[in-house]
Design a protein around this ligand. Structure first.
Ligand code: HSE
Length: 393
């Protein structure tokens, strides 16, 4: 029998318990042994819960119990979650997490401890919720050099952008709606300002390219400045406005990673991905493009990914998954990348052509430029007095 402990009985932790209840027998059959939750750690009182007998408040009980093989960290943040993760790994336990903030900021250190202790530190649920993207990348796509990753990594902002387009409402109105539906937090900053997507593109990049990308070095733009007018102009011209995380390896070995709004052409499979769904395209040098699509949040989808890691840790209890990343990536600035740009303002087509050269006119006062760097596009936007400027995928 494999015994596990859950730390943090919020949405994800409770979801893990529920999926064990729902699918525990199926998982046991797959594993060839039963999976049992021995403890649930939470500072809050759950005396009325069906799990009351398993509830504990003292982490050292887990730390000192040799029967507990796998610890699920669903506390979140970098406070006690970091301390408990370090200690659980040091105690020779496998740790599985959905905590993208911790993986993005301390993953290198925690994976090094896991390696030294010959245990697994797995974090499938930290990117794309229930979508099996990380394991697919490090296992099924291990035969490839990954060249590029681009994706819709945040469900809340995708919902907001979808509502702006479909209902013609403002960003602020759509944020309020997302809060009422329980998608956006009371303080929606991490989602709306792109911080959540930034952590996820860092984790994807770290794993894909083997070098650490620190979130604070990633140019991160959220959606709070988007005008419904631009969403409407884009849609009428065959583009969807999406917040994308983008990581790529350049021919000289340098890397780039950023989060920003883009106009996505309708023929790109990311364009129809709407509401709270996530989708991630990974380009490998042998396989070409593969896309992963599904629910990027929610209790049961996230728990599904957490428990796939629990099963993987048990299957790899003797020979650990060899995951990790090393020194910092050599990053080029997002503004140095060459791409097309959407500019909108009170300017004529002739003026846009005079400043930018070839342009595609979407409507009066809105154009898409030929490929140019972000620095050049900013100059052009300034010269034209543009009121809006967005990347084009
Ligand atoms: N707040 C996240 C989202 C949840 O909206 O995608 C999962 O990371």
């Amino acid at each position: 029998m494999a015994k596990i402990a859950i730390m943090g009985f919020g949405t994800v932790g409770a979801g893990v318990a529920e999926v064990v209840r729902l699918n525990g027998a199926k998982m046991a059959e797959e594993l060839g042994e039963e999976l049992s939750i021995k403890y649930i750690l939470d500072v809050r009182d759950f005396s009325d819960s069906p799990y009351a007998k398993k509830m504990i408040k003292d982490f050292s009980i887990i730390e000192n119990d040799d029967e507990v093989e796998v610890v699920v960290e669903s506390i979140g943040g970098k406070g006690v979650a970091l301390d408990f993760t370090r200690r659980a790994l040091q105690a020779g336990k496998h740790v599985v997490t959905s905590n993208k903030e911790l993986v993005a900021t301390h993953g290198k250190e925690l994976l090094a401890i896991a390696k030294a202790r010959n245990v697994n530190y797995l974090f499938e649920a930290s990117v794309g919720g229930g979508i099996p993207v990380l394991r697919s990348m490090f296992q099924e796509l291990a035969t490839n050099q990954i060249e590029e990753i681009v994706g819709i990594l945040n469900g809340t902002t995708n919902y907001i952008l979808t509502r702006m387009e479909k209902a013609g409402i403002s960003c602020a109105e759509a944020v309020k709606e997302a809060q009422e539906k329980g998608y956006a937090e009371k303080d929606p900053t991490a989602d709306v300002e792109g911080i959540d997507a930034c952590r996820k593109i860092c984790i994807l990049s770290d794993l894909a390219f083997g070098k650490e990308v620190a979130p604070e070095l990633v140019s991160t733009e959220g959606i709070s400045n988007i005008q419904r007018q631009d969403v409407g102009i884009a849609a009428a011209a065959g583009y969807q406005v999406k917040l994308l995380g983008h990581a790529l390896r350049l021919p000289d070995g340098k890397q780039a990673a950023y989060v920003a709004l883009h106009l996505v052409p309708e023929n790109c499979p990311l364009a129809p991905v709407s509401d709270v769904f996530n989708a991630i395209i990974i380009r490998g040098n042998a396989v070409g493009d593969v896309m992963f699509y599904g629910r990027g949040a929610g209790d049961l989808p996230t728990a599904s990914a957490v428990l796939s890691d629990v099963m993987d840790a048990i299957r790899h209890r003797e020979r650990r998954r060899n995951l990790g990343w090393s020194q910092s990536a050599d990053l080029v600035a997002a503004d140095d990348l060459v791409m097309r740009w959407y500019l909108r303002g009170d300017f004529s087509l002739d003026a846009a052509k005079a400043v930018c050269g070839e342009v595609e006119e979407l409507t009066e006062g809105a154009v898409i430029t030929a490929p140019m760097t972000g620095a050049a596009a900013k100059e052009a936007a300034k010269a034209l007095g543009a009121a809006a400027m967005l990347r084009v995928l």
